[in-house]
Each structure stands twice: as C-alpha cells, then as structure tokens.
Design a protein around this ligand. Structure first.
Ligand code: GUN
Ligand code: ZN
Length: 435
C-alpha cells in the first residue's frame, strides 16, 4: 500500500554551507510517496501521483511537508529537569540533573519518562533522536522499548560514569564495558534502533573507564560514540587538572580511542585551533546545542567557523540543559547565537542543520533528514498558518527561505500538524482534519 502526502515540499540538494541556497529543493506543489516504510519517490506532485496510481493521497493545504527533524544530542532522563533555575554546568548537574537521573534505577519511572519524552519529540516533529540515558541499563531498556513500540528510528546509550557523581549513579570500568556490550547485543539493529557508546564526559570517567569505552568503540565500529566537549570554561579547567598529560580537552578522548567519524561531541564551544583541526581531520561531528548554551551561560559556538574548517555539525536540543523540544526554538537560538558572533546563519543553513546536518552527524545521512527515494518514510507536516501571526508573516514571504525563517522564529508545536515515521502517522495535532 502506498501513501502520498501532497503540499509544498522541502528537499535537500546539497549542503548550504558549501553551495548556499541552491541546497534547498522546493516544490510549490510537491508530493512524497511512502511504501513499506521507505520513500518510494518525492518531487513535483504530478510526477509522484502519476508514478503511484491508486495510492491514498493526503492533501495538505497551506502546509509544508519536510523531512522529520533530527535531534542529534539530548537526554531523555532530563525531560523534567528542563527549566531548572540559576546554575551553570557543574552546579546544574549536581543540584538538578544527578538527583533526577538517580531515579532511573526504577524501571517504572524510566518507562513513564520515556513515554512522555517521545510524546514531546513527536508533537514537535522530531523523527530521530540520539539520546543519553542514565548509567542504569534499565534506563536504556525503557527508552528502546518505547521507541520500538512506536516504530521509531532512535539511537541511545547507557551513560558511563565512575567518579565525581553520587554513588547511586556510578558504575566502574568493567560494568561500563559489560553492560554496554549486553545492551548492544539486545538492541542493536532491532527495528530501527542503534546503541551509542556514551561516556558522559571526561570529568566523570576515570582513565580506566575511558579505556573501556575505547575498547567498546574498537569492537563496535558501527556504534556511534557520544559525549560532551568544551562546553563550559570551569569544566575545561577541571579537565586540564584531571588529565595533565593531555594536550587539550579533545586530546583526552583521542588518547582513549574515542575520536573517530562516528563520534558526536556535544557543544564544542571553546575549542583551540588545534582541536578544530583535529576534529576535522578525524571526521568527527559536533552537536550544536544553542538553547542549552544560552540557558546554562556556556558560551557561543562558532558554527560557521567549524563548518568552514571542515567539521561536521548538526543541531540539537540538549534537553534538559536545553529549553525546548521544538526544532523551531533550537533554530531560532542558533540564529541568535550566530548574530552574537557576527555571522547570522541563513534560514537554509538553519533548516539544513536540523535535518541533514544532524542526520549526518549520526552517520545516518543516507537514511533520514531528506525526502528522497530509499530514505525512511519520516516526514513532518507543518502548518504555515498555525497562529494568526505566523499566517500573516508567511503570507508576506517573497520566497521559500523567508517562510522558513518565519517558521524558525515564530513556530512551535502548534505548527506541527502531523508527524510521520516509517510511513505511519505517529502524531496528529488535536484539531487537524484529514486532507
Ligand atoms: N556535561 C556532562 N553531562 C552533561 C549534561 O547532562 N548536560 C550538559 N549540557 N552537559 C553535560
Ligand atoms: Zn548533553
């Protein structure tokens, strides 16, 4: 059975940091056809409709059909830590985050938060996430079971941490290794699930545990590695104290076999020139988390500079340090951070970072983040007239980029009419009617 969504269509023809607005492929009257969980075709509506006679067609008036968003760094256990006042990174971890993460020893708590988490991601049009869990394997089981139940593509890993946190959250090098191995055996490749090797960040792992993480990475080259890098100046000073032998923060991960193309580093704000060059050389990726960086007072990441240096970058919410599940809010914050650095990201760059950029960071650039034949049948239907202000502003837009920018600045979950995953509708705004 083939399903077609018809409306304005956003596709990608390249990377706007390389080819500018020509990266955006836009069809005023476009369509995407889903069959067997994949995209059978996408493009001008007449061609797609002619290729799939007899398909069920959902026409979406006043709507933009785009690839479902990808969020390449966030923490599902922090869903309810969001909006915790008054602290910067280390203090925020100790006061708010570690106490909440301790509760994930309880599988029922983990399952309840996983349900609430995916309800939020889907109502915000996010199709694929890459999440940290907690150090409890049961927190990963709860996340994966919920993603599997909903038929989603998702990446997640057990957080490895064996020092500088409450005892209830600490494992050790051997447990980190064994529990991650068991999770990989249990979940990798089941449905559209993937397990990430997840050392929290250098300060909460002993060198022995980082060695264990490196051994996991060597044993499982297909599993992404995710961690945090150079987010906060106090954190960086602490890392220099803890690892005096390392040249810089990135070198800590490099020395333990954790720097490779399949590594996604959250934040990467305060990098040296050497670190930037080494990131590019290794082909690793950066998850830019602008709402989190503003909220925790961490600093302003140089996204355009990283891209110019050849570093892969994707956009991420970093909930609960981040303040919103909405990719619109994340794009707006990325724009504002760019402005504060004197280089405003273009609308096409912002949308690319939230789709193909984030997918590419996860090594999923040929699976999600675009509407193209063979990609996962994951899409978001966006209501260009969701609010009176959005309707008025998008109506005045003289070109697609202007409408995309209005959505990034004014949009929120009200603009997400439907989210589709694996060819199935997995979220529909309460008042949305069938097209
Ligand atoms: N660094 C180490 N752990 C965390 C976390 O949970 N959130 C953020 N923003 N930074 C971190
Ligand atoms: Zn994070």
């Amino acid at each position: 059975m083939t399903t077609i969504l018809r409306g304005k269509l956003l596709r990608w023809a390249g990377d706007p940091f390389e080819i500018g607005d020509a990266a955006l492929a836009w069809d005023e009257d476009g369509a995407v056809a889903f069959a067997d969980g994949r995209i059978a075709s996408a493009g001008p509506a007449d061609a797609v409709l002619a290729a799939h006679l007899g398909a069920t067609v959902h026409t979406q008036p006043d709507a933009l059909i785009a690839p479902a968003f990808v969020d390449c760094h966030l923490h599902y256990p922090q869903t309810h830590v969001i909006a915790s006042w008054g602290a910067q990174l280390i203090d925020w971890l100790n006061r708010f985050t570690f106490p909440e993460e301790s509760r994930f020893a309880d599988p029922e708590h983990a399952a309840a938060v996983a349900r609430a988490f995916f309800a939020e991601t889907l109502r915000n049009g996010v199709g694929t996430v890459c999440s940290f869990c907690t150090s409890h394997p049961q927190s990963v089981d709860a996340f994966m079971a919920e993603a599997e139940r909903r038929g989603l593509r998702a990446v997640a890993g057990k957080v490895l941490m064996d020092r500088h946190a409450p005892p209830a959250l600490l494992d050790d090098a051997t447990r980190a290794f064994d529990e991650t191995e068991a999770l990989i055996a249990r979940w990798r490749g089941r449905g559209r699930l993937q397990v990430a090797i997840t050392p929290r960040f250098a300060p909460t792992s002993t060198p022995e545990q980082l060695d264990a993480a490196g051994a996991l990475a060597a044993a499982h080259p297909d599993c992404p590695v995710q961690t945090h890098l150079s987010e906060n100046t106090a954190e960086i000073a602490w890392v220099a104290d803890l690892f005096p032998e390392a040249r810089d923060y990135l070198d800590v991960y490099d020395r333990h076999g954790l720097l490779r193309p399949q590594t996604v580093f959250g934040h990467a704000i305060h990098l040296t020139a050497r670190e930037r060059a080494r990131l590019a050389e290794a082909g690793a990726a950066v998850a830019h988390c602008p709402t989190s960086n503003a909220f925790l007072g961490s600093g302003a990441c140089d996204v355009a500079g990283l891209k110019a240096d050849g570093v892969r970058v994707g956009l991420a919410s970093d909930v609960g340090g981040g303040t919103s599940f909405s990719p619109f809010a994340t794009m707006r914050a990325a724009y504002e951070i760019g402005q504060s650095r004197g280089r405003a990201l273009t609308p096409v760059e912002l949308w690319w970072l939230a789709g193909p950029g984030a997918a590419g960071a996860l090594g999923l650039g040929d699976r999600v983040g675009n509407l193209a034949q063979g990609f996962d049948a994951d899409a978001v239907v966006i209501d260009l007239a969701a609010t009176p202000l959005l309707a008025a502003r998008t109506a005045r837009a003289e070109n697609p980029a202007e409408a995309l920018f209005a959505l990034a600045v004014l949009g929120d979950d009200r603009a997400v009419r439907e989210t589709w995953s694996g060819g199935r509708r997995v979220h529909r705004r309460a008042d949305a009617r069938d097209g």
